[in-house]
Design a protein around this ligand. Structure first.
Ligand code: DX5
Ligand code: ZN
Length: 231
């Protein structure tokens, strides 16, 4: 598996939460053919979020079916207790929620010592100030544009302003800015323009069926520079 490195290219990370869980290996093959960049894997524990999904044993089985980087989004309490298991199962990038980490600095270092990229995620109501002190050590910031727990929810519009402020806070640091929740070709340009580089999308991609490749291409398109109308 190639080491995941920072790039400035737009990245599409389909969430397999919207796939048929009885056919996850098929979903991975389909996503690879359709041109996905990463695979976004939503881990939910039924405590931090009101839903329960998959853990390391399933990720380990999926690892054999894909060459794409695994972007593992941990919506779980006490992530520090199981980070090594997720890395061993095949995670390339491990994202924890700041709301679950009173010792965030320690957790980020723990992820980096495992030789994975370290991401931090913020719920819609969590202020950007909660990650200000770790910007020099994180590899990715994930801005939730829905309250986490379920696929198919509506994008929260205040996310655009939050992304812009995050982009300014990050400055020239090599940090991926990822957005997750309610992302579709309809709002892809606006989240890109606001600063998001990695677009997670579940329902919009999986509902597209035969058009999956086209949806992924549309999501990946760089935002159009704003043009001024001079009459
Ligand atoms: C929500 C998850 C998302 C979700 C995205 O808690 O973190 O990754 O699967 O799905 P859509 O794109 O349907 O909002
Ligand atoms: Zn997610």
């Amino acid at each position: 598996m190639p080491q995941l490195a920072y790039t400035t290219q737009p990245i599409v990370a389909p969430s397999i939460l919207s796939a048929d869980f009885a056919r996850l290996a098929d979903a991975l093959a389909t996503l690879e053919t359709a041109g996905a960049d990463w695979v976004h894997i939503d881990v939910m524990d039924g405590h931090f979020v009101p839903n329960l999904t998959i853990g390391p044993p399933v990720i380990e089985c999926l690892r054999e079916h894909s060459q794409l980087p695994f972007d593992v989004h941990l919506m779980i309490e006490h992530p520090e207790r199981s980070l090594a298991n997720y890395k061993a199962a095949g995670a390339d990038l491990l994202t924890v929620h700041v709301e679950t980490c009173p010792h965030l600095n320690r957790v980020i270092h723990q992820i980096k010592e495992l030789d994975a990229l370290a991401g931090v995620s913020l719920n819609p109501a969590t202020p950007l100030s909660s990650i200000e002190e770790v910007l020099d050590i994180v590899d990715l910031v994930l801005i939730m544009s829905v309250n986490p727990g379920f696929g198919g929810q509506r994008f929260i519009p205040q996310t655009l302003d939050k992304l812009q402020r995050l982009k300014a806070m990050i400055g020239s640091r090599p940090i991926f800015i990822e957005v997750d929740g309610g992302i579709s070709p309809q709002n892809a340009q606006s989240v890109r323009k606001a600063g998001a580089q990695v677009l997670v999308s579940g329902s919009a991609i999986f509902q597209a069926n035969q058009e999956m490749k086209s949806v992924i291409t549309q999501l990946r398109m760089p935002h159009k520079a704003s043009t001024s109308c001079s009459g």
